[in-house]
Design a protein around this ligand. Structure first.
Ligand SMILES: NC(=O)c1ccc[n+]([C@@H]2O[C@H](COP(=O)([O-])OP(=O)(O)OC[C@H]3O[C@@H](n4cnc5c(N)ncnc54)[C@H](OP(=O)(O)O)[C@@H]3O)[C@@H](O)[C@H]2O)c1
Length: 329
C-alpha cells in the first residue's frame, strides 16, 4: 500500500494565492497530454505518486483531457486517487475545468448554466471524488451572459462540489468582468490559468497579470516550457512535425531556425547559472510572486525530478535579467 513520503513538504516551496487561503506548490502537474486510456496506467500512477512524494500536491485536469477519449485523464487520476491518494484527500489540490467541447450539440461546450452544472457532476463521477478544489471555467463564452456563468459557478461552490473557482484563457477585460461578477456573488475566485512562458510572454504585457494582481489573486502559468521547446531537447533543431498546439503557433512566426537560435542563447545563460534551460524557464516566470504556480506537463520521472530542482535557484541577478530580456526582445 502506498505511503507518502513524510518529508514531502520540505522539498518544494508553496505560495499563497494573493490574499486568499489557498496555497499551491510552485509546480503543478498537468494531465493534458499522455494521461489517457491509451497510456500506460502503471507508469502514470508512479509519476503522480512521485510528484506527490516530492511536494507537488496540486494536480490539474480538465473534463476534455485524455485524447482520444475525452474524460479519460479524469478517470486515470480518479483511479490513482482511489488506489493510493484517498487518505491524503485533505492535502490535495485537484482542479478540473469545463468549457471546451465534450461532444456534439449545444450543451457539450462553453459556459451555459446547464452545461456547467452537468459538467461538474460528470467530472466528479470520473474523478471518483465528492468535490474538486478548483473548478475552472476553461474559456470565455462569447454568447452566454457572464452573469449566467458566474451564477452557475456560485451554485457549484454552494453545493459543495468545488471549494474555489478559477478562470482560464480569459483576457484582461474578460477577467475583469468575470472577477467582478464572482466578487459580487461572494464566489471564492482564486486564479486565472493562462498560457505564459519565455516564448509566449503576452500575459505580462496584455493586462492579464496586471488584472489578477489588482484583485490580489494569482496566475497559474500553463505551458511554462512552451510544450517542451524550452528544454535541452531542441537545441540542435526542431523537427518539422513538432506537435505544437494551434494556440502556440505564433512561436514559429519567424521560422523554427530563429527559435533554435533563441533557445541556444538562453541555454548559455542557464549554463552560467548552473541550471538547465527548463529550470531557468520555470524560474523566470516564478520571479513574480503573483505567478503562484507553473503548470508543467511531463510523463518522465527524470524530467519531473530535474524540473523540481528549479527551487534551488529562483533568483536572477540584474545582468541575467538584462541578457534574457535582450534575447527575448
Ligand atoms: N487551461 C488551458 O487551456 C491549458 C492549455 C494547455 C495546457 N494546460 C495545462 O498545462 C499543463 C502543461 O502543459 P504543457 O504540456 O504544454 O506544458 P509544458 O510543461 O510547457 O510542456 C510539456 C512538454 O515538456 C516536456 N518536458 C518537461 N520537462 C522536460 C525536461 N526537463 N526536459 C525535456 N523535456 C521536458 C514534456 O515531455 P516529457 O513528457 O518527455 O517530459 C512535454 O513534452 C497541461 O497538462 C494542462 O494541465 C492548460
Amino acid at each position: 500500500m502506498y505511503a507518502a513520503a513524510t518529508d514531502r513538504y520540505e522539498k518544494l516551496p508553496y505560495r499563497r494565492v494573493g490574499d486568499t487561503g489557498l496555497q499551491l506548490p510552485i509546480i503543478t502537474l498537468g494531465l493534458w497530454r499522455h494521461f489517457s486510456s491509451v497510456d500506460p496506467f502503471t507508469d502514470r500512477e508512479k509519476l503522480i505518486l512521485k510528484a506527490f512524494d516530492n511536494g507537488i500536491f496540486s494536480f490539474d485536469i480538465a473534463n476534455n483531457y485524455g485524447s482520444p477519449d475525452y474524460g479519460s485523464a479524469e478517470k486515470l487520476f480518479g483511479e490513482v486517487y482511489q488506489r493510493n491518494l484517498k487518505p491524503y484527500r485533505d492535502e490535495l489540490v485537484v482542479t478540473t475545468k469545463a468549457g471546451f467541447e465534450m461532444g456534439i450539440g449545444p450543451y457539450q461546450s462553453f459556459n451555459s448554466r446547464k452545461s456547467l452544472l452537468q459538467c461538474i457532476d460528470h467530472s466528479l463521477t470520473r474523478l471518483k471524488m465528492d468535490y474538486v478544489d478548483i473548478f475552472y471555467s476553461h474559456r470565455p463564452d462569447p454568447n452566454t451572459d457572464p452573469e449566467e456563468t458566474a451564477l452557475a459557478l456560485a451554485q457549484i461552490v454552494q453545493s459543495g462540489k468545488a471549494i474555489y473557482i478559477g478562470i482560464s484563457n480569459y483576457d484582461a477585460d474578460q477577467s475583469e468582468t468575470m472577477i467582478s461578477l464572482l466578487n459580487k456573488y461572494h464566489v471564492p475566485f482564486v486564479v486565472n490559468q493562462y498560457s505564459y512562458n519565455m516564448l509566449r510572454p503576452e500575459a505580462a504585457h496584455n493586462g492579464v497579470l496586471e488584472t489578477i494582481k489588482r484583485h490580489d489573486r494569482g496566475l497559474v502559468a500553463y505551458g511554462p516550457l512552451a510544450e517542451g521547446l524550452l528544454t535541452e531537447r531542441y537545441l540542435d533543431g526542431i523537427p518539422e512535425d513538432f506537435p505544437i498546439h494551434r494556440t502556440n503557433t505564433p512561436i514559429f512566426a519567424q521560422g523554427k531556425a530563429h527559435v533554435v537560435t533563441i533557445l541556444n542563447q538562453l541555454e548559455e545563460v542557464a549554463q552560467n547559472r548552473n541550471q538547465t534551460l527548463a529550470q531557468m524557464a520555470l524560474a523566470w516566470l516564478l520571479r513574480d510572486p503573483a505567478v503562484t504556480s507553473v503548470l508543467i506537463g511531463t510523463t518522465s520521472e527524470a524530467n519531473l525530478m530535474a524540473n523540481l530542482d528549479v527551487a534551488k535557484h529562483l533568483d536572477f541577478n540584474s545582468d541575467e535579467v538584462k541578457r534574457i530580456k535582450d534575447i527575448l526582445a
